[in-house]
Design a protein around this ligand. Sequence first.
Ligand SMILES: [Mg+2]
Length: 360
Amino acid sequence: MTRAHSPTEVHAALEAADPREVFPEIAVVSLPMVTRFRGITVREAMLLRGPAGWAEFSPFIEYDTAEAARWLLAAVEFAWAEPPEPLRPRVPVNGTIPACPPGQVAEVAARYGDVSTFKIKIAEQGAASLAEDLRRIEALRRARPDAAVRLDANGRYAPEEAMRALQAFSRFELQYVEQPVAAVEDLARIREAADAAGLGIRIAADESIRKAEDPYRVAELGAADVIVVKVQPLGGVIRAREVVTGCGLPAVVSSALDTSVGLSAGAALAAALPVTDRVAEIFGGAPACGLGTSALFAADISAAPVRAEHGSVPVGRAAPDPAQLSRLRAAPSRVRWWMHRLQQCWKHLRTESSPRPRPE
Ligand SMILES: [Mg+2]
């Protein structure tokens, strides 16, 4: 039986000069992906066991030390502290329709079983994909007339293209359009213009939320109706919940291509967020979260992967299975690379004057 630690003790964990003093087990895994996603075919992740359980440290390879260090803070927290009490035992998840030909939409949607919310990736070529995007939305509407639909542009519209696209989308009933433009100031302008034009389209911020200060800026500028939050970039479940509460906007929890261990931290955050009146108004209950991504992996480190069943994932810690850990262990040179990164990020967290940035 492990003992839960308080956030203050989590902070104390960083007093150790070497992370190996506080994590008795550290593993690096390399998970094969079903299809190329985010330009990669294998996903590497470091898993660390602390007094409260296993945690994931998996910043993308290209991230620098300062950015990756926030992800490590999240791992330290999850390995040392119990997450907040869950308000529900399961978290609904959404299916994702990639930029596939409209004729394939029904088949892709069917792979997600009975999820009741879909996210359609749009704007692959900016405004040039608009006609095809509309056909894919129509195809999903025909295949799943009862499902809730949200769109994700990944910031790909130029500001002058975004309004035309939103006008075209306004004939559908949508939960929201995620990050139509990249810059948060542009997002605020687009949202205001869409409101003024009476389009009735809600805007969500995803790429604009990459660190703990960002949601406050999005809220201050009135740039979004909904924020998409991820545990690792925000520095942990407890911090992310504080950020969501502090900025006062409905939040959809998403993963960053995490293994089941990281997904279980995402589910812990999602399960700890209350269904406010505003959340109920938009989502009709707890929002479907982007935590169904284990389906993108051809293998999982857990014997009981965090995988969607009947449209939701269970809440509870996931632990790697020893046999899976050895089968999926990364090559020695990659393990050395991750150990070096761990040391660099650890040093960064220890030397930062305040490892818990708290915006005004
Ligand atoms: Mg997104």
